[in-house]
Design a protein around this ligand. Sequence first.
Ligand code: MTE
Length: 306
Amino acid sequence: MARRFTPDLRWSDVTPKADFLNRRQIIAGVAALGLAGPAAAKLGYVPSALSTDEKPNTLEEITNYNNFYEFGTDKGDPAARAGALTVDPWSVEIDGMVGRPGSYGLADILSGVTLEERIYRLRCVEAWSMVVPWIGFPLSDLLARVEVQPSARYVAFETLLRPEEMHGQRGGLLDWPYREGLRLDEATHPLTILATGLYGEAMPKQNGAPIRLVVPWKYGFKSIKSIVRISLTDRQPPTTWNMMQPNEYGFFANVNPEVDHPRWSQATERRIGEGLFAGRHPTVKFNGYGDQVAALYAGQDLAKDY
Ligand code: MTE
């Protein structure tokens, strides 16, 4: 995948004027984060050389076409309903095979961290994709600080369980809380980030405020939102979609046009925002990040380990 260093790329350069203006209204709805001061405070960050050079989707698209089943199953539900979520105060429990377990406040997690803008594609298992200018930092930074023990082999993540605010959790659609996991070498890969914002602002609630995972070479369901727990373990952890439909959703979930979902092809994708008549794009293995990540799976049969 082509990459470029984008020192001068600002959201206003890549966002149509209407969205630029509309953005202010959307940002007004973004919750105040203690660490960032007022709701609309810009996050300081540096651009990352790991970005794709593709044109990002607009903020409007990124914040109005979402999967966040805690707020409903329609793509518009998270934008309509995630406003109910309280994201300040927020803490993340880090436990299991670590030298420094504990409950870490968000400000704690972000202290000393350099936030980077990483323009990554999110490629959903339902065969649509978006390019998002995330703001985040490598998960490996956090894991190093909590001193992962040598016996640890996997990282498990959990989303907040709060049915009073996440009305989707009042029903039994999924086995709440939403859970995901990565093998430790995947979790510590430099492309794997914890994102706390996008388009230079604190994370919109519908996108997983205040902190979520982004693993760009995997299908979007791996990129768990609104994380409250990170556990280090020596066993492959149970994960929400895999528990629900193991033949459809594997633990690895690497983007792979050669392995179809049992109910639809994964060979092409629709780019959100291109319109109904735009052609589909061929899906690239590992979402285009093969040069960086294929070595993680040397010797593994990815048709079996899907
Ligand atoms: N995390 C939680 N907690 N709940 C969810 O329903 N959906 C996943 C992922 N993370 C989901 C989640 C799926 S299927 C996708 S495609 C992405 O979030 C969508 O991220 P976006 O809405 O920011 O584009």
